[in-house]
Design a protein around this ligand. Sequence first.
Ligand SMILES: Cc1ncc(COP(=O)(O)O)c(C=O)c1O
Length: 405
Amino acid sequence: MGILLIDLKAQNASLRDSLEDAAIRVLRSGRYGLGDEVDVFQNQFANYCNSSHAIAVNSGTSALHLALLACGIGQGDEVITVAFTFVATIAAIQYTGARPVLVDIEPHAWTIDAEAVRAAVTPRTKAIIPVHLHGRPADMTALAALAKAHGLWLIEDASQAHGALHNGRRVGGIGDIGTFSFYPSKPLGALGEGGAVITNNPELAERIRLLRHWGQDRPNEHALAGFNMRMDAIQAAMLRVKLDHVDRWSAARACHARRYREGLGDSIAYHPTAFAGCSDVHHVFAIEVSDRDRVRAALTAAGIETGIHYPRPVHLQPAYANLGYRRGDFPIAERVSERTLSLPMFAEMTEQQVDEVCRATRQAIRQSESIPDPGIGIEDTKLGDAAETRALSRSAPLPQHAKPV
Ligand SMILES: Cc1ncc(COP(=O)(O)O)c(C=O)c1O
């Protein structure tokens, strides 16, 4: 493949000496679980997020699971989140025994629709989990007001948005709790699995600290029924090296995103955009195209790797059929999932590579539009032709609540 969707080898090569030094330090330390490496990383990450506490865990899914448990969420409770996310957001709610209540995305940034959240609140609702999708902050002003008005926990799934700003504040630190994944491809990625929870609430922090380590407050004293969700020292050491570079990488991706927008042009495809006052860290650069699969095939043929985040919203996944939703329940998530295409995006990309992707994408879209679709299905007919859909994407009036904040 000529141009990768993301090139982790390039990122790690640029830091090779520091990563190797850190790995050797851990190797020689004899401490491979919790300890100094994890403690130092936690402090550094809390500072980075402007938060009082960070608790490092073994994945972003564990971070969400523990955040929910620390808030006392369980059987009989409802947690409102979004249908267009990675399944882990919903899975973590189910692990606690609570019921995930899904809502649609708004059409501007493709993040949770705050007005739909308002409509979904019931006496059983205990928490809202917005997801800062692809690195774009959700409408936290509206969601924080809603959470306050109804006495709900606000848990930010910032797994894709390390360092993104919402009105000058780092995401994850705006609600009661923020959770992060350090899966290798994330804006801050380990060389394996990892995650973290941040909070300014010392009681929540203490509960999460206990829960991740078998509920032990002292060796062999189990105050809570907990889990093994500890971060490894080796991952903390890798993350300590990488944390210093996160903002520089985000800035480089922002340059690529600007170049993509200019190079692709609004006439070609719709790109979801951050709300005013928010920075997008461009974990994923997605466009919306009407004939996604054909465009994708043309790009693959041209040696350009692409991705789809996500081809099916959670409510249409077989594993979550038991939630009782149907096709048509979340029309924006459904339309976007059929049309979204993620283009190559990583800090080390060159301008020439971005230009090459733009050229090939423009050509692929033009070609796909000139070929009549032989197999227009019911859903395609409903959604109209390519030009109409693009116009719809671009001109869809933003509902009031989704106005840039
Ligand atoms: C939005 C979102 N939430 C949660 C997770 C789960 O993180 P992890 O894979 O580290 O468990 C991910 C990771 O893919 C994610 O993208």
